[in-house]
Design a protein around this ligand. Sequence first.
Ligand SMILES: [Zn+2]
Length: 310
Amino acid sequence: MLPTYRPSGTFTMSFATLLPAAAALGGVLGFVYQLGIHYIAFVKIAVVLWIACGFGAAGIAGLGMRLSKCRSAMIGAGAGAIIGLAAVAAGHVTEFWLKTKSVQGTVTVQEYVKARVDGGWYIGRRSASSSNSFPKKSPDIVGAGVWAVWGVEAVGILALGAWGAARMVSRPYCETCQQWAGKAIVAFAVPWAPADAADKIKQAADIDSLLAISSSPPPEGAAMLPRVPKKGEEAPPKGTEYREMAYTLTGCPVCDDFGVLTVTLVTTKQANKKQIVASRKDLAVNVLIDRAAREKVLAAARVWGGVPVA
Ligand SMILES: [Zn+2]
């Protein structure tokens, strides 16, 4: 197996200063999220907002931790969970404010929570208060169910925040230059791939085997890319399959000694006369590329019309 990039687990203490700022942004995220939940009554949209809030927490935490040059997945996950928690807390404070701002006198948190838990939810309607205009049996979700929904909501946002931020800080980083690998240096695709190419790439023990299919021309009669036929043209038969091997080289923006290569099999299939479907499968992810290997990848890219991305 070829060595692949693993985050070093190192971090700088500047994450401690960035974390409160990120948590404040997480609070803003929770406020906006809750406004959406409060004013949009559709359950499906609420689920979309919920997932978006989780990704938002991950993005804020991940960017903050990347700014502090944190390469520890654990600290990334912790930060993601903290930002998620800030968003969830801000969301509940926002809802408390929205529900009590027009109420005369003071409402204690206990009174508010009891009213919410007893009032429950009518699926598809904004809140229990709508029940006055829509007389209905008891709420669809009430009591322990309300707590369960709040629990699932919180756990989902925390988990998504933790997972996403951990992924973001685990992206390639050049330890020599203290730089994150930026955009792809070069990306190219060998526009055909034999049926056994995927297995060969998965088992590749060196960079030459990884690039092997890029060094030979396509064989006679290699499968053509399925496409929507022009007028008067025959469509390729249903099920015609076309395999493309895509290579993406990412690396240090400063030196040539640190790079990672990801190889993806892109399969395109003629589903019917007018429709083609493509699927992608990563065969090798973030294989470490030194200076010598980098030259080989760049040479292959030149042959196959690789597009310099940066
Ligand atoms: Zn470097």
